[in-house]
Structure formats: C-alpha cells, structure tokens
Ligand binder design. Structure first.
Ligand SMILES: [Zn+2]
Length: 394
C-alpha cells in the first residue's frame, strides 16, 4: 500500500497526513490538503493565491474504540476576480462542521441499532447535542420525502399515552393515524381534541380519498372523523368491542375469588369460550351456576364473540338486534350501559362484517410507539418523538 493510499484510508480522500500522535484513549492526526488551486465559491474563478492559513480540528468516527481527531491546516485563498477571501472546502466535512460526515453517518447507524441514545453517547464519546442534531436532521429529510403523499383509502385512528412530564406526573395523549393501505404510520399528533387533530393533519392532502376509518368506541374520534373526512365510513374495532365486558367480569370475579394471579379462572373467563375444549367450557358454566350475575355478564361476553363469528352482514345484524333486545330485560348496570353503547355504535359495529377491517395494525404500531418511548426514556420534544415514530414505522 502506498503512503497516499494509507492516508486516504485513515483520513479523508483529499488529505495528506503530516504528523500523528497516539494517546491511550485518543488518536491525533495532522493533515493538509494539497491542491494547486481552489475555485471561488462566489464567482467560480480559480484562485492560486493563498491568503493565510487556519487550523481546524474535527472529530472523526472512532477507530478501534479510540477517539480520532484530525487537525487540518486549511488554506484561505483570495479570489483574483472578486477579491473575496474563502477557505478551501474539504471533501467529507460539511461546511463549518466540527465532525466528519463519516462520523455523522456512523452516529446515525448507531442510533438505529443501539437500544438507546445514551449508549450511542458513551460509545462515540460525543455530546447529546451532536447525536440529536445528526439523527433528527436525517429523520426530517426522510420524512420530507413522504410529506406529499395523500391520505390512503383505509385509515386507523387510536390514542396512546405519552409520559413526558415525569415531575408533574401529567399523562398526555397522542393520536396515531395508521395508513392501512401502505402499512405505515401516517401521522402522530399531540393531543386528541378536535382542534389539535385538525392542526396536526391539515398538511395532508386528499381527505376525500379516505373511505374507511377504524376506531375504538370513542365518541370524540367518531365526531372528528364524521366532520373531517367527508366520504369516510366508520368501522368500530372488533377487538375493542370484544373487550367491552372484561372490566365487568373482572370486578365480579374478584369479589368472588379475590385477585390471586395464580387462579386459573382469572384468564379463562376472559377467553373466547369457543376456543376452549369441551370439558373446560362445561366446567366454567357449572362454576358460574353459583353466581347468577357473573353468569349473565359472561353469557353476554360470549354472545359478543358469537356475533363476530357470524358470516355475512345480514346474519350479524340479526344477532346484534337479538342481543340488544334481550339486554333490555337485564337488571345489571354494565349490561344496560353496554346496550346503550351497542345501539349508539350499531352501524359502525356492523360495518366490520362488510369490510372485515380491524384496528389490529394500529395496536401493533401503538406497542411499537411505547417501545420507542421506553428506549428513549421519554421524549423531551414531541417533534422528535413524532419524527422517530414516523420513521420507525414506515
Ligand atoms: Zn471570486
């Protein structure tokens, strides 16, 4: 390997090594750029006249765990035509940057691979400020490419908690919009009020393209979708409907058996009876004989599962009407509430049977969002959190 090749490998393509010093934790290199002339950035005239020299030290990606510093004696040229003084540019170092682009890329890679940014910081021995700058600049660029994509045909909306202010203990919410057509997060908005949502998504074009929106049984989202997406039909999420009676079952069961985690019945009652074997199922029903209230709630929960096993819209509609009718004679508070919910969401629940869309995907992205939050130990800035989420889930 010739000397110049070695220099290029160690440093940057245009630089010539003049001196080096190795310390236990650091490696110092000195280099200069050797070119006959430089071109004026203002008027593009070649300049051969060196005005003066300046020393600049930049940090490069660490080498075998050792910090790498390159001190470059940069020449400043005076342009013969416009008389302005300019510093020679160095390939691989952004103008005015204190680190090489190789280092920036290396940090970016680490941000994606390492479990948290703290590890990036210790490995690269650099400041959080630099990490954030590199990382979010890159994310912003990637995001900008996708900014102009219009709304998809099918959308999922869900909320998730943000733990941002640990001192105040305030729990804030974010709303996540999932693009089902392209399987990615379309937008994340801080808050869940009508005004906040509208502000957060107004930059996305083509809201009339949206045909189906899956949501959980939350009134604010229902009204928002009805107002904002002119052609959208709302689908109530199957999994949320199935879970509606779980709290009522749990509360009663705890009253009977206590809340020991080892109790088998704890999970069995919440499971879809259809998937249990015959003996377990008959055992549950026999056990429920002693507790008529719990039995009634359990029976309705099973009915919800049965409803979702219906094939086709017409059969499902018949089943849902029958359930609502029978619930009218119930004395249990939760059943009366559920009846009202089912009536209110009648069309949205049935729409599942003609579209077969659920919010499972949104839930998956929500879990991913929680993971990102945990990795980053909470985000100080929602902007950064949003960028991270949009890039991670697309
Ligand atoms: Zn010039």
């Amino acid at each position: 390997m010739s000397e110049s090749h070695l220099t290029r490998f160690l440093l940057l393509p245009e630089l010539k090594l003049t001196d080096f010093k190795f310390r236990s934790t650091d490696r110092f290199y000195r280099a200069i750029k050797e070119s006959r002339f430089e071109v004026c950035p203002k008027c593009a005239t070649p300049s051969f006249k060196v005005h003066d020299r300046r020393k600049v030290t930049v940090k490069d990606a660490p080498d075998a765990g050792k910090s790498k510093w390159i001190t470059i004696v940069k020449r400043r040229f005076r342009c013969p035509k416009c008389k302005s003084v300019f510093t020679e540019p160095i390939q691989g170092i952004r103008k005015g940057a204190r680190v090489t682009q190789k280092f920036e890329h290396s940090i970016l890679w680490a941000c994606e691979v390492f479990s948290d940014l703290k590890k990036v910081k210790t490995t690269y021995k650099c400041s959080y400020k630099l990490i954030y700058k590199c990382f979010y600049r890159q994310l912003e660029l990637k995001q900008r490419e996708k900014m102009n994509d219009p709304w998809p045909k099918t959308l999922g909306i869900d909320e998730h908690g943000l733990f941002r202010d640990k001192k105040r203990g305030a729990r804030e919410f974010a709303t996540i919009f999932v693009d089902y057509t392209n399987k990615r997060v379309k937008e994340v908005v801080e808050g869940k009020s009508h005004a906040e949502l509208e502000k957060g998504i107004c930059h996305i074009k083509g809201k009339e393209r949206v045909q189906n929106v899956v949501i959980d049984l939350a009134d604010p989202y229902k009204y928002f979708v009805k107002n904002y997406f002119p052609n959208a039909k709302i689908v109530a999420d199957k999994f949320h409907v199935l879970r509606l009676l779980n709290p009522a079952i749990n509360r009663r069961r705890i009253g009977i058996t206590g809340d020991k985690r080892t109790l088998g019945i704890r999970r069995l009652l919440l499971k879809n009876g259809f998937h249990l074997d015959y003996f377990t199922r008959s055992h549950i029903w026999k056990w429920l004989e002693n507790y008529p209230e719990l039995k009634e709630v359990y029976a309705y929960k099973e009915w919800l599962h049965r409803l979702y096993r219906c094939r086709g819209y017409t059969k499902a509609r018949r089943s849902l009407i029958a359930m609502i009718d029978q619930m009218a004679s119930s004395k249990i508070k939760e059943i009366i509430t559920l009846r009202r919910t089912l009536q209110k969401w009648f069309n949205e629940i049935l729409r599942y049977f003609s579209t077969r869309i659920t919010n499972a995907r949104t839930e998956a992205f929500n879990n991913h969002a929680k993971l990102i939050q945990r990795k980053a130990y909470g985000f100080k800035s929602f902007t950064n959190y949003r960028l991270r989420l949009l890039n991670a889930c697309s």
